[in-house]
Design a protein around this ligand. Structure first.
Ligand code: UDX
Ligand code: UDX
Length: 463
């Protein structure tokens, strides 16, 4: 059997970094090189101040780094030395041209494939780790075989299912590992080679082997199903607010049906993250491209509902504050797209604050992990107003009590655990009255808040 001895991973991001750290930890005999064009990022991976925040990650990195795990910018050597190469670069949604706003921009993946083809002098297995549209492997294969110098390449799809904030746990104990490849003798051998890397710590029956296209499509479908559950319960949250039903009770009641299951039924201000929206847009694009408009419209609705939920939350704040937030201080707790991560991609916070700023609110944000620069970058990227205006209207503070002092309302956007432990009486005393709190995650004890004197508004609650 093909024995993997040297792995190179191109892309030291949220996916590549943690995945390679765990592979290296569990396979001390395999040299794992993580390379990236971003030298600042690589430098940070070589310190104890890692570029991404992920519980348990530093511990894993420290055990393997310098032993068989290496982070560097020397992409050429990394590629040349490796017998297995993971492509884990980002694949943003296209912002221009054909497929704008929907299709994935594969330019980085294509660049990687061309680089691998040019530099390789020995046979290699190329593993797609980035989430990609179905049949990307075909494009990668074509580039490798047309531009390579007679070297044999096998292309595998090995989508990542880790969720941020729980990446290490998800990697250590995955529900399943999915590996797709060509159903030829060489393809099956490559699948086996990668299987043996994971089998160092994952039970073989949890390693699913499929054909290439099934693997690629499964990743998009898994994310689409997960996101669809959130949009489904969020649509019900709107109905709860007007009928007097309670969305958490409804979610619990339906989730107890083992056919439905209880996970991913937590109503919220809207899902964020780098994957859900991008993958669904991708699926929509694929359906349209292959002439399936009904299927495309079906999945697009998941995104439309999510945008509606974010807008609805912001509008509720404005309407409740007597139809204007102009000049009013609104404290925003949380900017990350979920707790236990410093990632803000597609976070509801960006869109909610944008709506509030449009109404000239003074927004004061506190997040335990997200740096100020990131928040301004996120807002500037939207392009709704000038950089100066964003900095004038939105302030970032390092202390939650400071953020809430003198505020007319508080909006809870991220479900950080520490928010539950705050001295809410002290916060109430320092606020303008009536003191409103809008819980976009339903994590706070609403009864207690009301006893203190807060006027509580929450997703899917009618009080
Ligand atoms: C990315 C994709 O967004 C996702 O679809 C896929 O499932 C996994 O890879 P993530 O790791 O979160 O997710 O992205 P990001 O944190 O942006 O990391 C990508 C890294 O690749 C960056 O550090 C970037 O500098 C690097 N990169 C990008 C290269 O090294 N070379 C390139 O040509 C392009
Ligand atoms: C997701 C998938 O879970 C993972 O398998 C895939 O590899 C990448 O995309 P991630 O985006 O990191 O992971 O986080 P996830 O936990 O799925 O949360 C996504 C968003 O949905 C977050 O904004 C989260 O707060 C929200 N969410 C999640 C809800 O609003 N309600 C829920 O019940 C669950």
């Amino acid at each position: 059997m093909l024995q993997v001895k040297n792995i190179c991973c191109i892309g030291a991001g949220y996916v590549g970094g943690p995945t390679m750290a765990v592979i290296a930890l569990k396979n001390p005999n395999i040299k794992v090189n993580v390379v990236d064009i971003n030298s600042d990022r690589i430098a940070a991976w070589n310190t104890d101040d890692l570029p991404i925040y992920e519980p348990g990650l530093l511990d894993v990195v420290k055990q393997a780094r310098g032993r068989n795990l290496f982070f560097n910018t020397d992409i050429e050597t990394g590629i040349k030395e490796a017998d297995m190469i993971f492509i884990s670069v980002n694949t943003p949604t296209k912002t221009f041209g054909v497929g704008k706003g929907r299709a994935a921009d594969l330019r980085f993946v294509e660049l990687c494939a061309r680089q691998i083809a040019q530099l390789s002098t020995t046979d290699k297995i190329v593993v797609e780790k980035s989430t990609l549209p179905v049949r990307t492997a075909q494009a990668v294969k074509t580039i490798l075989s047309e531009t390579g110098n007679g070297i044999k390449f096998q292309v595998l799809s090995n989508p990542e299912f880790l969720a941020e904030g729980t990446a290490i746990q998800d990697l250590m104990q995955p529900d399943r590992v999915l590996i797709g490849g060509d159903q030829t003798p060489e393809g099956l051998a490559a699948i086996e080679a990668l299987t043996s890397v994971y089998a160092s710590w994952v039970a073989r029956e949890r390693i699913i082997q499929t054909r290439l296209w099934s693997s690629e499509l499964s990743k998009l479908t898994a994310n689409a199903f997960l996101a669809q559950r959130i949009s489904s319960i969020n649509s019900i949250s709107a109905l709860c607010e007007v009928t007097g039903a309670d969305v958490d009770e409804v979610a619990y009641a339906i989730g107890s049906d083992s056919r439905i299951g209880s996970k991913f039924l937590k109503s919220s201000v809207g899902f964020g993250g780098s994957c859900f929206q991008k993958d669904i847009l991708n699926l929509v694009y694929l359906c349209e491209y292959f002439g399936l408009p009904e299927a495309a419209a079906y999945w697009e609705q998941v995104i439309i509902l999510n945008d509606y939920q974010k807008r609805r939350f912001a509008m509720n704040i404005i309407q409740t504050l007597f139809n204007t937030v102009s000049g009013k201080k609104i404290a925003m707790l949380g900017w990350a797209f979920k707790k236990d991560t410093n990632d803000t991609r597609e976070s509801a916070a960006i869109y909610v604050s944008d709506h509030l700023l449009n109404d000239m609110a003074n927004v004061y944000v506190f997040d335990p992990k997200v740096p100020e620069k990131e928040m301004y970058d996120d807002l500037d990227y939207l392009g709704t107003r000038s950089k100066d205006e964003n900095r004038k209207l939105l302030k970032v503070v390092n202390d939650p009590y400071e953020a809430c002092k003198g505020a007319h309302a508080i909006a809870v956007i991220t479900e950080w655990d520490e928010f539950k432990t705050y001295d809410w009486k002290r916060i109430y005393d320092g606020m303008m009255k009536p003191a409103f709190i809008f819980d976009g995650r339903n994590i706070l004890d609403h009864k207690k808040l009301m006893e203190i004197g807060f006027k509580v508004k929450a997703i899917g609650k009618s009080y």
